[in-house]
Design a protein around this ligand. Sequence first.
Ligand code: PLP
Length: 411
Amino acid sequence: MPRIYLDHNATTPLAPEVVDRMTAVLRDEFGNPSSVHHFGQRAKAAIDDARSAVAALIGGDPSEVVFTSGGTESDNFAIRGVAEAVEPTGRRHLLSAAIEHEAVLNTFKALGRRGWATTLLSVDQTGIVSVDAIRNALTDTTALVSVMHANNEIGTIQPVAEIARLAKANGAIVHTDAVQSAGKIPVDVKALGVDLLSISAHKIYGPKGVGALWIRRGLRLQPLLTGGKHERSRRAGTENVAGIVGMGVAAQLARAKMAAEAERLAGLRDRLEEGVLRAVSGTAINGTRSPRVPNTTNISFDRVEAESLLIALDLDGIAVSTGSACSSGTLEPSHVLKAMGFPPHRTQNSIRFSLGAANTDADVDRVIADPGSGAGLMSPAGRKGPPRRRFPGTCRRPGLYGPAPIECASS
Ligand code: PLP
C-alpha cells in the first residue's frame, strides 16, 4: 500500500538536491570553518553561500542571518536575547498570543517565573490575532512583541506588518516566528517591519537540527551560547556545516518553486477540504480560510475522536496529525483551538492535514474516498451514528506502536 504523507507542517522529507549536496559536504568539507587554512576556508565559503541563500529567501542581508539548531533555538534566542539585553532599561513586559508555538509560549513562561510581566492574547474563531488587542495590551514597559507569521496548526497568517508598526511606535522590539510561512508564502523582513525572524530548515525540505534567526542590523541581543566568536559572536560553537549547507539549498529551491507550488498546493488543499466536508457530516474548518498558508487545513469531526481517526487513517496509510498533545496517557486539547474559544469536542477532535511536494491529485482522491474506512470512522456508518468511536487508550497504544507511551509535542 503506497503511503500518503500529509504532515508537512510537522516536518518535510529532504529534497534530493539537499541530500546530494549534504552528502558531498559531509564527505569533502570536513574543515573547521574557523580555520584559516584551505580546508577551513572551503567550509566557510560553503556556509557563506548558504547564508546568502537564506537571506534571499526572507529579503534580508546575509550579515544579519545567524544559524542556530532550529526554530526552537531561534525563538528562544530572539526572546531571551532581547529580554536580557533590555533588562537594564526597565522595560519588563513581553507580549504575544496564546496560539504561538510552545517554543515561544514556554519561553514566555520561563521568563514569567523570573519576574517578567507576560501577556498572551487569546484570539477569536478566525484564528487571527487582533491588532486592536495588541494596541490595548501594549504598555510603556513592553520590551518585546512576538507574533508568529503563520500558525502551525491551522495555517492562519497573522497581521505581522500592522502589529510591528504599532509595537515599534511604542518603542518595543518585534519578533516573528516564520517557521511555518517561510518557503510557503513570500516573507520579506523589510515589508513585515520586524526586528527578528525565526526559520527552520526541516519545514522546507532541509535537514532537522538547523535553523536561523534573522537579526536586524544594529539590534543587540544577549547570546544564548557563550564561547568562541562564531557567527560574529552571536552564537558560539563550531558550525553544523552540512546542515547549514542543506538549509541553504532548501532555501534556494523554496524560493525558486514558491509561486507555482503555492498555487498547486492551495488547489489540492481546497479540494481535500471540500471533499471531506461534503463526505462527512459534523465537520467544520477551524480558523478562517483566508489568509492562510496554502498547504494547511484543520478540520474538526463531531462524531469521532481525532486520535482514533488519526490511527485509523494511519492504518490506511495516510499520515496526518492532531493538535492535541498526549502525554502521560491523557489527551490534552489543542492549545491553539482552546485559545480560539472552541468547545472541548472541537479542541480535542480536530485533524491537521498539511500537504507538500510529493502530494498529488490521486492522494487527495484517496483521502476523500476512503478516509479511515478501516475503522468505519468516516464511512457511511460512521457518518450516521452519533456515538464517538475511540481506540482503547489512544495515548498509550502498545499494541499498535510498541510498548512505550507516545509523548507528543506541537509541531
Ligand atoms: N515554531 C513553529 C511555528 C513551528 O511549527 C515549529 C516546529 O514545529 C517550531 C517553531 C520549532 O522548530 P524546530 O522543530 O526547528 O525546533
